[in-house]
Design a protein around this ligand. Structure first.
Ligand code: NAD
Length: 248
């Protein structure tokens, strides 16, 4: 699919692995210059070897506002922002201590606030910008067992998305969210391997999607590119499930 992101500068958090990495490769393929943000130096450097001049490496912890504002201060033109960095804390409310709660909120939700707040003034100056937030089916869409803190943060992202969409619709800024089902990424594989019975765990994860398998990171990328492109100019405040039917 062609979305023409030629000459566009797109910032993406969590670009080093999984969904963020696949989206970065797709955005570069569509002609964008990707401003790749990740706290994992090794994986972002690996992506640089692949994308070469199409990737500007930003080794940043996106939960830290000072770090974000100092290391991104030389980014003067920005057309889009993808908030993808995240973690998957597991367990119910009894398993979740305050430290884990705070870490989950910081990583999955405050990072989206920080990045969006940082780039909104530039989008306003340009009278244009598109924000794509990666939420999850485990959110306000569906209750998923043992995803307490995670689901809270991902529901928060949906609220943040709609709020930004209504506040800035008339200023040329669009904001949408994507809610994936289970996707085969490095952290998901680790989760399977660390489970008591990896074979059963993989089977269980596959059957959560009614199409009977988990998704590939590349299956999320087309929608990211569409929402960043001018082809989606009438789309804002929308929440898209890409979940193999998990939410049904
Ligand atoms: N994989 C799934 O099944 C799935 C399903 C639904 C939603 N999601 C969401 O998609 C996003 C990506 O998931 P993934 O499975 O590709 O994850 P992943 O762990 O494979 O990659 C996440 C990347 O984010 C980076 N990161 C984490 N915290 C960061 C921080 N504070 N600052 C900068 N970078 C940081 C990590 O270094 C890593 O490179 C997450 O928000 C996740 O919640 C994933």
């Amino acid at each position: 699919m062609q979305f023409s992101l030629k000459n566009k500068f797109i910032a993406i958090t969590g670009c080093g692995n999984g969904i963020g990495r696949a989206a970065s490769i797709m955005l570069a393929k569509q002609g964008a210059t990707v401003i790749g943000i990740d706290k994992d130096k090794k994986s972002i450097n690996k992506l640089k070897l692949k994308l070469k001049k199409n990737l500007i490496v930003k080794h940043i912890d996106c939960t830290n506002y000072e770090e974000v504002s100092s290391k991104l201060s030389n980014v003067l033109k920005i057309d889009g922002l993808v908030n993808c960095a995240g973690i998957v804390p597991q367990g119910n409310i009894i398993d979740c201590d305050y430290e884990e709660w705070e870490h989950s909120i910081n990583t999955n939700l405050s990072s989206v606030f920080i990045m969006t707040k940082y780039f909104i003034p530039t989008f306003l100056k340009q009278k244009k910008g598109s924000i794509v937030n990666i939420s999850s089916v485990a959110s306000s869409i569906k209750g998923v067992p043992r995803r307490f803190a995670y689901s809270v943060t991902k529901a928060g992202i949906i609220g943040l998305t709609k709020s930004i969409a209504v506040d800035f619709a008339k200023k040329g800024i669009r904001c949408n969210a994507i809610c994936p089902g289970t996707v085969d990424t490095p952290t998901w594989r680790k989760r399977v391997l660390n489970s008591k019975n990896p074979k059963q765990s993989r089977k269980d994860f596959n059957s959560r999607q009614i199409i009977g398998r988990v998704g590939k990171p590349e299956e999320i990328s087309d929608l990211v590119a569409f929402l960043l492109s001018d082809r989606s100019s009438f789309v804002t405040g929308s929440i898209y499930n890409i979940d193999g039917g998990m939410s049904l």
